[in-house]
Design a protein. Structure first.
Length: 133
């Protein structure tokens, strides 16, 4: 490659860097929301926690939570091209819905919650490329 071709490629890369970052941020927000919903679904469907949750919250509340998981999953399927802000807003909405339920689950308990019974509510999307060796 000639020096001019290299300079042209560098300029093109710089031009698209911002667009690439926005795309990456959107994908990260979507993945974070998907991971959160799957974590809640797994907690509700885990044989170790299902009976405990049903017993403490009742069948009706358990079904309501399961239905919410289905609703959020369907939203993800129907809105795969949503913006970063839309994914973050929907995740925040889901966190409020589920946190209230899981909080009430353990407020009615005399024992400390078993960490395996609570989905992880971190607002992280996992290790970043620049953090991995």
């Amino acid at each position: 490659m000639s020096k001019e071709e290299i300079e042209k490629k560098v300029k093109e890369a710089e031009q698209y860097a911002e667009v690439d970052k926005k795309i990456k941020d959107t994908i990260d927000a979507k993945n974070s929301f998907e991971n959160y919903i799957y974590s809640v679904r797994n907690t509700l469907n885990d044989s170790k926690t299902t009976d405990n949750i049903k017993q403490k919250l009742g069948e009706e509340k358990f079904k309501e939570l399961s239905d919410k998981v289905t609703t959020y999953s369907q939203w993800l399927d129907d809105n795969s091209s949503a913006t970063k802000e839309e994914f973050e807003e929907k995740r925040s909405e889901a966190e409020k819905d589920f946190m209230a339920a899981f909080k009430s689950l353990y407020e009615s308990s005399d024992t400390q919650p078993n960490n395996s019974d609570i989905p992880e509510f971190k607002n992280e999307s996992g290790p970043r490329v620049d953090e991995v060796d």
